[in-house]
Write a protein that binds this ligand. Sequence first.
Ligand SMILES: Cc1cc2nc3c(=O)[nH]c(=O)nc-3n(C[C@H](O)[C@H](O)[C@H](O)COP(=O)(O)O)c2cc1C
Length: 393
Amino acid sequence: MTVTAVSAPGAKLELPPLKLGPLTIDVPVVLAPMAGITNKAFRRLCREYGGGLYVAEMVTSRALVERNRESMRIISHDEDESVRSVQLYGVDPKTVGAAVRMLVEEDRADHIDLNFGCPVPKVTRRGGGSALPWKTDLFTAIVQAATREAARGNIPLTVKMRKGIDEDHLTFLEAGRIARDAGVAAVALHGRTTSQFYSGQADWNAIAELREALPDIPVLGNGDIWSAEDAVRMVEQTGVDGVVVGRGCQGRPWLFGDLQAAFEGAGRRFRPGLKEVADSFYRHAELLVDYFEDEDKALRDIRKHVAWYFKGYTVGGELRAALAAVPTLEVLRGLLDQLDPHAPYPGADAEGPRGRAGTPKRPALPDGWLNSRELDENHRAMIAAAELDVSGG
Ligand SMILES: Cc1cc2nc3c(=O)[nH]c(=O)nc-3n(C[C@H](O)[C@H](O)[C@H](O)COP(=O)(O)O)c2cc1C
């Protein structure tokens, strides 16, 4: 069952469908790839509320090429996912190219995104993720290899990036142009630097700047969209062709319904009472059991969603704690049945920021990384080892 919408005065906006090469995305909204979150189960919940492009969690190119079991699970899609979107992480042009080739030749994706936004120290310390566009030669080689392979299957390829490493080492304008020249179908910008991680506020002015700098391809804006009204504001302030929504939908898959309504100029909004939230939560757990084919693993995974789903709702400390340690679907059912089925939507307490935040930190980078915009021999050797053992973005 899905949550029902109520009519409320809302911001209005009409934006044309998003064109990504041969694809037309009717509602110009993208579910941001989130490691550990945007698996097939969560994407299904989101898709049921609204249109858009729903990107899978990032997968490491190397692990994919080696057909690692977990990687194959990450790139799996439901049969009714009309646009099968995959995000690749990689630091080596050959491996990224091989991963794209595999996806294309085996007909496993309709859209491929490249991750240049990951700020996790384990990744940037080896020159990957958001540290990578600083090395323009490596960035160019990766994007060119990927677009070349994707073009063979007429699959649109996009890149997702941050503003740069820090305010003194911005990369987004140059990276955007390089990506455009390599033939990407769109670029998405998260308006933060690596050193910000998820702290502070996303810089929407940078998004506007990129939109202006790349008039010939779609530019997507990302960062701090917590409601449909935020999405409308971002489009109005920056002129982007679509929005990318991450943390705002954690525990709120119905946000995609609100977003679709706003982009259609309708005031319809989802304001679920506690019972509807509990039903969605249970369904999410069930879908995770199908996805992992392992109840124990699925229930361990759903625990991290408790705080997001029930943010602002009256649940009670003991019940919250029990939910955060729930072992089986049966126990989950029993716990959810203890909630007040008549508790209404709590208003502002259920809205606003959620998920990762943190504080700014000095980015972890390879020694001497910032000394030059091009790879030296040491960095080249190190990069070759950087693809292993990576997750999260
Ligand atoms: C838990 C988590 C996992 C993430 N994993 C990825 C990822 O796999 N690939 C990626 O490009 N970005 C990843 N991100 C970044 C998001 O896609 C997005 O850029 C970021 O959260 C900012 O958008 P938001 O303010 O709407 O959350 C992740 C973010 C979070 C919170």
